[in-house]
Every structure is written in C-alpha cells, then in structure tokens.
Design a protein around this ligand. Structure first.
Ligand code: NI
Length: 226
C-alpha cells in the first residue's frame, strides 16, 4: 500500500524546519548508503548524529504520534529517527532498495524497515524534477507532494529519486518497523479501520459498529507484535 498523508506539518512548521536546516552541516549522502546504493546515490544529508537533525527528527515524531491516519496506516512499533536530505544541480538517487535492517545511530538498537516514509519539505513549484518514483505491482508511481505532506510505502519496493534540474528538493526520510509485518495485513486493517470510522460517524448507534471494532482488534491481536 502506498499512501499519502496530508498536512503532517503546517506551512509554519515547514518554514521553521527549513530555517533550522539552513544552519545545519550538510555532508555527502553516500556516507550512509550500502555498497550497492552508493554507486547510484548523489545527494546531501545532515549527519544523523547532528543536534539539529535529532531535534527536528524528534519534533516530527512527536507530531506523527498524534496523527490518526499515520498511526492507522503504519501501526508503528519502532521508528528510525528522521533524517534530512536535499538534492540540487542534477543530483538524484538511482534505482535502489532500502536495507532491511537499520541501526539507530548512537544506540545498540536496530529497526526492521517495513515502511519507508518521505516527508516533503519544499513546495513542488520551487524545484523541477525530484519525483520519488516507486515501482509496485501496478507499475511506476511518481510522487511529488506539497510541503508538509508525507508518503508512506512498503520498504520492499524498488524506488529512485529523479534528477533535480532546478531549485532544491528538501525532504525528511525515515523507516518504520510496524507492529504488523505483512503489507497485505496492514492494508486490510487500514481499510477496516476506515470503514469502522465512517460507519461510526454515519450510524453511531448501529450494533455492528461494536462488532466490527471487535473484529478489527481480534485481527490486530492475531497479526501484531507489540
Ligand atoms: Ni531509498
């Protein structure tokens, strides 16, 4: 399931983050790529141990914890602290897959990457190119979202970032280990949750609302690690 989560950040929050990022140190993004990805990766990143990256990453995680659509779609168990990248002057990231396991910098912990997330931090009209292209069973999906919106997609997908031919593309990116490992199970739970929410709004007194909520939790109990 590929899902767009709108308005994770307000315009003011995007502007604040961008101001902070301008003060950060930027280094070659190849530093954090595996040996296969290194050959196709060309961007800049704020080092994962940089205080600004940690502070802004924590701010994003705090907002996401309160975001009902993110929680429902990702069912997060562990999240790699968000990192920050930028592309300009034809920089791009060729076809690659994200590693299955990510260490969490400065800790002995690791996260299994079930879901990849990109949070767009530049307005689409401020740069040309830079689409995130995700290959799935339906073919290629080209993603370029308003600043403050997030795309969530299975980390199993091959993907790339197209060359940025004008302006600068800023984004935050991170990975999520979901309580529910299997993408098809997560998708069914997300659809069921949405249906229950809709029924609960339209017919709150209907006894089926409680039965369906019970079914949701029983499936979650069956599939989830917590
Ligand atoms: Ni990637």
């Amino acid at each position: 399931m590929l899902i767009q989560i709108p308005k994770v950040l307000t315009a003011e929050q995007v502007a604040q983050i961008r101001t902070e990022l301008d003060k950060a140190e930027w280094v070659d993004g190849r530093n954090t790529a595996g040996y296969i990805s290194q050959r196709v990766k060309d961007n800049q990143q704020v080092p994962d141990t940089h205080p600004i990256a940690r502070e802004l990453g924590q701010k994003i995680l705090t907002l996401l914890e309160k975001h009902p659509m993110f929680t429902s779609a990702a069912l997060p168990l562990k999240v790699v602290p968000p990192l920050f990248n930028r592309y300009s002057g034809q920089q791009n990231y060729g076809r690659h897959v994200d590693g299955a396991i990510r260490p969490v910098a400065g800790t002995p912990f690791r996260v299994r990457t079930d879901l990849s997330a990109t949070l767009f931090l530049a307005a689409p009209e401020d740069y040309d190119g830079g689409e995130l292209v995700i290959e799935d069973t339906f073919g290629q999906r080209r993603v370029k979202l308003p600043a403050g919106d997030l795309v969530l997609y299975p980390s199993t997908s091959v993907h790339k970032v197209e060359p940025v031919t004008r302006g600068t593309r800023y984004a935050s990116f991170f990975w999520i280990q979901s309580m529910v490992r299997e993408d098809s199970h997560r998708t069914m739970l997300f659809e069921l949750d949405n249906s229950i929410q809709q029924l609960g709004r339209d017919m709150p007194q209907h006894p089926a609302v409680v039965q369906l909520a019970g079914l949701y939790h029983n499936l979650l109990r069956l599939w989830a690690d917590a």
